[in-house]
Design a protein around this ligand. Structure first.
Ligand code: ATP
Length: 267
């Protein structure tokens, strides 16, 4: 099989949802992201993978426009990140499910739908989007259960349903499968792919579990505030001559460490 060159596996004609150039983020007085160059293709599921603390959430916050001290260039859906017109075009699910425990699943969604689509005249529209979001995340049988009585995975799906209410073009999901059992994780990944395929939505999904890399169309591998690779899982395996993305990642980490040691000034 021919080796796929780095960076061209998805084809250079693919529309780009997110493009960063020399992206740098300071948190406090620490540089947390260092000169990142990356793209996220439109209508695909891109995984953002790397160990805890490498900067995944910070990158996501920069993309959704909620991160301060961002330098370089960051274009999202053709606009500069943080542009007010992007608010209704992006769905963002943080690591902690943001749902009200003392409301039912449907009441949670009704509440957020009322914020998104206010006014009596839009009552029917609200009902339609809430019904659709409940179905999307497969929670129809729990629609009248209190969110506080749901399992962790079900609560994550309520958060996802809230993000789906506005039919976002870009869905940014911060570690949505953390703590879930393998069956729920598989179901959620299937749902992500279904959303991308049915609606052309772009999904950026972070994880620190390397086996989830194989489920993505495209990957951004991160370590210590830098992008180690921006490619497809297949191209990463081929280029590094490894059977899994996890081993490719380890090889890239070793190569980066060797380069850093080589570049270190001698005392
Ligand atoms: N408010 C803050 N002030 C200063 N540094 C911070 C702040 N929040 C996070 N950091 C640092 O920024 C770095 C990146 O954090 P970030 O949360 O983006 O990583 P992550 O890859 O998402 O980690 P995890 O998978 O554990 O959520 C970490 O080293 C963290 O200590």
């Amino acid at each position: 099989m021919a080796q796929v060159p780095a960076g061209t596996a998805e084809g250079s004609t693919t529309a780009v949802a997110v493009a960063a150039h020399d992206l740098t983020v300071l948190r406090g007085d620490r540089t947390v992201l260092r000169g990142l160059d990356l793209t996220v293709p439109a209508g695909r599921v891109t995984g953002l993978l790397g160990p805890s603390g490498c900067g995944k959430s910070t990158l996501m916050r920069a993309i959704v426009g909620s991160q301060a001290k961002v330098g370089g260039t960051l274009q999202v859906l053709g606009r500069p990140a943080g542009d007010p017109t992007l608010r209704s075009r992006i769905g963002y699910v943080t690591q902690a499910p943001s749902v009200y425990d003392d409301l039912t699943v449907r009441q949670n969604l009704d509440y957020f739908a009322a914020v998104l689509l206010p006014g009596r005249a839009r009552r029917q529209e609200r009902r339609t989007v809430v019904d659709r979001a409940v179905d999307d995340v497969d929670l129809a049988s729990h629609a009248d259960s209190l969110a506080g009585r749901l399992s962790g995975g079900q609560r994550s799906r309520v958060s996802l349903a809230v993000a789906l209410l506005g039919t976002p073009e870009l869905l940014v999901l911060d570690e949505p499968t953390v703590g879930l059992d393998p069956v729920l994780r598989r179901d959620l990944w299937n749902l992500f792919h279904q959303i991308a395929a049915d609606r052309g939505t772009t999904l950026l999904v972070s994880s620190h579990v390397m086996d989830e890399a194989e489920r993505c169309h495209r990957l951004l591998l991160m370590r210590e505030g830098e992008i180690l690779a921006d490619d497809t899982p297949e191209a990463l395996r081929l280029r590094n001559d490894t059977p899994t993305v996890e081993e490719a990642f380890l090889r890239l980490v070793d190569a980066a460490a060797a380069r850093a040691a080589h570049e270190e000034p001698r005392s």
